[in-house]
Design a protein around this ligand. Structure first.
Ligand SMILES: O=C1C[C@@](O)(C(=O)O)C[C@@H](O)[C@@H]1O
Length: 138
């Protein structure tokens, strides 16, 4: 059974209430439950933290045994060399997801330090992007 981690960074715990016109009205917990139902033969894990070091620790924890990491590092995508280094340090491949189209937003969101450490990046397709990333790893 494949093991995939969905790793969400800062402020993504507020999905559903946070800027619903940008990020939608669904909580991630509800979405994750639906995702698990859709992929009963896959071990899907979910971890969210607002703290950069916790996200790095989680990458280290799963990064030599899991089959894939789906990472939405939120605002840290645009700032964190350390998260990029963590993805380089492990052997598990990653796919980056952003709910919103970061290229259609403020300029500071256009660059992510994680993108070139990932197999690919999906953005702008809402929560559906996570499902597409799961399908990629399967
Ligand atoms: O927190 C987020 C969410 C985001 O990663 C997205 O999923 O669209 C985009 C980031 O720019 C922002 O800081």
């Amino acid at each position: 059974m494949k093991k995939i981690l969905i790793l969400n960074g800062p402020n993504l715990n507020l999905l559903g209430t946070r800027e619903p016109t940008v990020y939608g009205k669904q909580t991630f917990e509800d979405y994750f439950q639906a995702l698990k139902n859709e992929f009963p033969k896959t071990q899907l894990h979910y971890y969210q933290s607002n703290h950069e070091g916790d996200l790095i620790d989680k990458i280290h924890e799963v990064g030599f045994s899991f089959d894939g990491i789906i990472v939405n590092a939120g605002g840290y995508s645009h700032t964190s060399v350390a998260l990029a280094d963590a993805l380089s340090a492990v052997t598990t491949p990653a796919v980056e997801v952003h709910i919103s189209n970061i290229h259609a937003r403020e300029k500071f969101r256009h660059h992510s330090f994680l993108t070139d450490r990932c197999k690919g990046m999906i953005c702008g397709l809402g929560l559906k992007g996570y499902e597409m990333a799961v399908r990629y790893f399967l």
